[in-house]
Design a protein around this ligand. Structure first.
Ligand code: HEM
Length: 399
């Protein structure tokens, strides 16, 4: 039995805490706004203002040592993934891929996304229920990213299965296990063949644009991306874009079932769905924790956050901070949300934010138009356990 007077203890790997970390995150915000876990050797910031300020300060709060706690290095790495780089390398990479990720290209995906949603949801109308994640939420984003990249449709499901297996962690299992290595080899082998094929047969998809693009080097010269850089960008998009959207849809299905009046508002006025999406992102951030390493001492809440320390930014806790949001534990789809950190903030702000918002909006429009009410079979829900996302693997619903 936990003693409420004891100091709060937060372990990001503890399944029991992960099932509902909100009570412990609230205690951290109120009692230990700069939290130090000596055993696991990390600090954590949990208040909205602190998380946002850290996101904005890339000089002192570095991403270059990795942003997943157990994968962090002691020296700054040279990851080809921009999410693990600081300026100026981050700026160069981001500029390059932003071109391939243009608003036009994303906007053009809307009819395709709607078609994918309909193809999954239409057949369900003849039933009295289905698993919203297994049969819809987890499939949609893989299809979308694979379409964006130009991967052949018949391979989309296999890519989703590999991606799921790569992110799943058994209790006590860390990344880098033999199982992870084998799956990762299969996935990389597939994409290596795909990049080689695109070099020979360019089309007008994102991969062909990336193959064609040039990156500016520190001395001002220009060069094209090599295969390792192209492959790691695909890895980043698949990793960052599939699991997050799937988890978002799980939170949408469960939160709207828990707040049926809010769901009814979106059914009655679908134009409120974009704001509802922001509110669901605030309420349960699918990517709840981002790690940083301190490059200098920082004084905060009367304590020193020392140079070299590993720091967790508790993004999902920031979304429940009453200092920023009145009645934070209530889902209010019409809430005026000027800002949140669930898609990051500052230089590393989610590159896929417009795609994520588009997928979320279209998925909810198509869901609510067919199924204005549903109940969740809570006993049969299952959570996924990874270091990068938090949410449901299974959400059986009945209507
Ligand atoms: C609801 C869905 C999503 C959520 C909650 C989410 C969340 C986030 C967060 C919190 C960050 C900041 C990480 C940090 O500061 O260390 C981020 C960055 C990123 N996201 Fe997303 N994301 C989502 C969807 C997507 C999609 C669909 C894609 C791509 C297809 C994507 C690609 C990226 C990339 C490439 C970055 C790194 C940006 C950089 O370092 O400049 N995300 N995302």
């Amino acid at each position: 039995m936990s003693d409420s007077r004891a100091r709060p203890y937060y372990d990001p790997y503890d399944y029991a805490i992960d099932a509902n970390p909100h009570p412990i995150w609230k205690r951290l915000r109120d009692e230990a706004p700069l939290y130090h876990n000596e055993k696991l050797n990390f600090y954590a910031l949990s208040r909205f203002d602190d998380v946002m300020a850290a996101c904005l300060d890339t000089e002192r709060f570095s991403s270059a040592y990795g942003t997943v706690l157990e994968l962090m290095t002691d020296e700054p790495g040279e990851s080809p993934m921009m999410i693990w780089r600081d300026p100026p390398e981050h700026t160069r990479l981001r500029k390059l891929v932003s071109r391939a990720f243009s608003p036009r290209r994303i906007g053009e995906l809307e009819p395709q996304i709607r078609k994918i949603c309909r193809s999954y949801l239409d057949p369900m109308q003849a039933s009295d229920g289905f698993d919203y994640i297994e049969e819809f939420g987890a499939k949609l984003p893989v299809m979308v990213i694979s379409s964006l990249l130009g991967v052949p449709e018949e391979d989309h499901d296999q890519i989703r299965v590999w991606t799921d297996q790569l992110l799943h962690r058994e209790p006590g299992e860390l990344h880098g296990s033999r199982r992870h290595e084998e799956i990762s080899q299969e996935l990389w082998g597939y994409f290596a063949r795909y990049v080689a094929d695109r070099r020979l047969h360019p089309t007008d998809d994102m991969m062909s644009t990336l193959i064609d693009s040039e990156i500016e080097m520190p001395d001002g010269s220009m060069r094209k991306l090599d295969d390792t850089e192209l492959l790691s960008f695909i890895g980043l998009l698949s990793g960052a874009g599939n699991e997050t959207v799937a988890r978002f849809l799980g939170w949408a299905a469960t939160a709207l079932a828990q707040f049926p009046d809010e769901r009814a508002k979106l059914v009655a006025e679908p134009e409120g769905i974009p704001n509802g999406v922001e509110e669901i992102l605030r309420y349960e951030a699918p990517s709840p924790v981002q790690a940083r390493r301190m490059t200098r001492d920082v004084e905060i809440h009367g304590q020193t956050l020392p140079e070299g320390a590993r720091l967790l930014l508790l993004t999902a806790s920031a979304g429940r901070d009453h200092r920023e949001y009145p009645e934070p534990d209530r889902l209010d789809v019409a809430r005026k949300i000027d800002r949140h950190v669930s898609l990051g903030y500052g230089l590393h702000f989610c590159l896929g934010a417009s795609l994520a918002r588009l997928e979320a909006r279209v998925a909810l429009e198509e869901t609510l138009a067919r199924f204005p009410e549903w109940e969740v079979d809570w006993e049969a829900t299952e959570m996924v356990h990874t270091s990068t996302v938090r949410g449901y693997a299974k959400v059986p619903i009945r209507f």
